[in-house]
Ligand binder design. Sequence first.
Ligand code: GLC
Length: 720
Amino acid sequence: MKDFRKLLSQMTIEEKIGQLTQYNANLFIQSDADITGPMADLGLTKNDLKNVGSVLNFKNAKEVYEIQKKHLEKAPHQIPMVFMMDVIHGYRTIFPIPLALGCSFDMDLVEELSRMAAKEAAAGGIQVTFTPMVDYVRDARWGRVMETCGEDVLLNSRMGAAQVKAFQNGDIKQPDSVATCVKHFAAYGGAEAGRDYNTVEISEHALREYYLPAYKACIDAGVDMLMPSFNTLNGVPSIANEWLMQDVLRKEWGFDGVVISDYNAVGELLQHGVAENLKDAAKLAFKNGCHIEMCSSGYIQHLKELIEESIFTQAQLDEAVLKVLQFKDKLGLFEDPYHGMIPENEEATCLTVEHRALARKGAAECAVLLKNDGILPLSKEVKKVALIGPLADEHEIIGFWACRGRNEESITVAEGICKMIPDAEIMVVKGCGNRFDDCDTSGFAEAVEAAKQADVVILCLGEPQKYAGEGNSRTDICLPGVQTELALAVAKANENTVAVTFSGRPLAIPKLDAAIPAILHMWMPGTEGGNAVADLLFGDVNPSGKLSMSFPKAVGQCPIYYNHMNTGRPKSPAKESRHVGYCSNYIDCGNLPLYSFGHGLSYSEFVYEDLCLSSDEFQAGEKITVSISVRNNSDRDGKETVMLYMRDMVASNARPVQQLIDFKKIEIKAGEIQIVTFEVDETMLRFWNNRNEWVSESGLFQISTGYADHLILTKNLYLK
Ligand code: GLC
């Protein structure tokens, strides 16, 4: 690591503060004379810009090269800028949204896809990605559930760590490595009513057990940066939250990486009402350890005054600047400001045959077969197929946060199906739209007619990709428009109907579930979505995805999740369909989700035959081996995620009815048995008690396999 003391001694205070700022690329592209628009809005001068230390939201590698080159021609100390962007599920070759990635339960796949994203992103000039997003979620109304890995702590933690490892690849100096930034710290996914940017009020117990662990897992995996969240957490916006940013992040967890604000999050402290003006906001953010201010100008406009007024010392300023300089040095930018990027190489690195093949594999692995009455897989000998619905021939299936991905480069379902069965007659009928106000049913007649003529109907339904993602929360999570009505009309015309659904969140589709023999959920599958649909429907790929987030029966059930408390009046499947007074069931809906976390079918039949414990009692410091034998009782090779759950039957805190403590995805050949083993130790049984300690308590635990509301085998285990 370089010694920056000499450099710091030579820098003016304006040059130092410039290292603590980040602005959009467009400010650096426009002509020097043009200080209107964003620059003026930010109160920036031309002089400010030449000191700025980092850039986000640039177009491509060429633009990065030009900005860096122009900057270094005038930079007094040759301090390179650092270039950052959101590579959430691919750079140009887009793979499934992270909520879908979680459904793969396959960390090797996540690493493989993230490595591909890193190579493409690095070729595109990106040196840091604002990834992984590991916000824990329970409410499908929130638009950003698409960015996270769902309602389980362990899954979010492992997914986050896998992304950090794959993007950074051991050395962020390497030309095909990208530094990572874990976000949004903390508990952004707990926004009240699933409304984006809304208030978050969560007990420390819930924070510790559910909302915080995945961030810590990323820090333990070596993440270089962290981004605080927009929301208030128990009354105080994260970026100004001393308990969160100092007591937990720095003192307790020892995080010593760079902290970057979210977009104008410093400026938003005024709207939150915790800062009187931008100077006050800058003071709060800097005091709580924010090193880089993204797209607001509190630091550039007021940090110098705050130092002159002795609110902060030069030493504190130097400490923050040193952190940023050291990060740039870790990226190797002082040796090579372009991080090995050659603009001409970008196109050749992206969207290659290999990358498309990997995206196709990923899209198939992340899909979840929600229902199958036996109609799937379809025969490739089928003669007439009706492909019906607003997403039958739609390129917009790559999802929100698709970085440099282009809709027009995606494979539609129609294209995928036509390639799969070239000799079949395929009728493509849209039937209706899929936006909220698409209530026109005039296309139904043509759709029903096509269904009547077809051997098989494939319905392609779902949300538009813009209905999830940042700022895209919904008060309902049904299929928008009249898609359900279209599906019912088509299913009536031809019972050989399957539905393929697309969304950035769980959908409430009870009527579809009741009427359609098979439902395959693709989430937003990315560039190769159409080919993956064909691979799955016609059996070239055996579905293996398991839900990373529960699908409610109705939006009124939100938030709904598998690891809930039992309560004094537990839900009762027996009462699910009718209301018996004074029970916890809604009078108009049961308590069970339509599909639970962990649900997902295969074309194989997996039989869980035995669950054995190496001992039925143990104590802290000892390990128990759990072995589970699973048979593939079919003639088709398949993959199965074997999950291990535990339940603490009695403790000083009420404990969740289930908690995933491990999982392994295995391949089982047709007719074969596999034995999966896990190790359980006392630390896996701990919880955050009401004295704010991580503890386990002796007593009875149940160790189970299966998933959520559908446990298959259970054994008792005593912790002495
Ligand atoms: C956005 C998002 C954040 C993203 C940042 C930069 O507002 O909240 O996730 O990394 O701005 O694009």
